[in-house]
Design a protein around this ligand. Structure first.
Ligand code: HEC
Length: 210
């Protein structure tokens, strides 16, 4: 019975180490122009749609994998799975879509997900909006080399607290130990539900309409 409850908690969670694609399209983004060449010479809307589809698809693939792992090996199994496969999964899905899929954050767990200078600018902008209680919309911008990037906020949900909340309060002790053993410099704890956990940065490699 206990196991069944755990499993259904996971199926509800659907996400574990993976994040939530924000899928609002209505409002136009307000890109910060300082770090990008924000010439409107490409179809923002089309890239935004593509970015959201890819982020959603990535989330879905994570979800189905994690459900299987959770049912078999519980929460520790999911931590191990994320440790061993999160990056491989985003890499292979990126190849499939001819993009580079990155998840990054101002408070990192895996140092390999480190933000670059543009990610930092986007993160800071979202953090500012969060502070002002304003909505965070997805953004499409070109980088200095001319590649188009899609950015979207990743918000923390209640179910993420098991691995990103407060240690010993929301994160069970043995899970925190396991996380610390795999990520000694983990900074991705202490979040509250609803807070900005990080961002998607999806880089399009085609440059078709440069
Ligand atoms: C079972 C534990 C677990 C749960 C639950 C969990 N995560 Fe994570 N999360 C991890 C691990 C482990 C990593 C590191 C993955 C890697 O090595 O790339 C991670 C990494 C991330 C990253 C990449 C940035 C970084 O810090 O390295 C984001 C973004 C993220 N999680 C968001 C979420 C969100 C949003 C939720 C809830 C929907 C969630 N996580 C739930 C364990 C978890």
């Amino acid at each position: 019975m206990k196991k069944i409850l755990w499993i259904s908690a996971f199926i509800l969670t659907l996400s574990a180490c993976q994040n939530n694609a924000k899928n609002k399209t209505e409002k136009a983004p307000q890109p910060k122009a300082e770090t990008k060449t924000a010439k409107p010479a490409f179809d923002h809307k089309a890239y935004k749609m593509k970015g959201m589809i890819i982020a959603k698809n990535t989330f879905k693939v994570f979800k189905s994998n994690i459900q299987k792992v959770a049912a078999k090996d519980g929460l520790p199994g999911v931590v191990n799975f994320c440790h061993d496969n999160a990056m491989k999964l985003t890499d292979s899905l990126g190849k499939l879509h001819h993009v580079v899929i990155k998840r990054t954050s101002h408070k990192l767990r895996n140092p390999k997900n480190k933000p670059d200078i543009d990610d930092e600018a986007v993160l800071n902008e979202y953090l500012r909006l969060q502070e002002e209680h304003k909505p965070m919309e997805p953004v499409v911008m070109k980088d200095a080399d001319g590649y188009v990037h899609f950015y979207a906020p990743i918000k923390l949900k209640k179910e993420c607290l098991k691995c990103h909340g407060t240690p010993d309060k929301e994160i069970p002790e043995q899970i925190y130990k396991l996380i610390k053993s795999k990520y000694p410099n983990d900074k991705a704890t202490g979040f509250k539900a609803g807070e900005l956990r990080g961002i998607w940065d999806i880089k399009f490699l085609d440059m078709a309409d440069k």
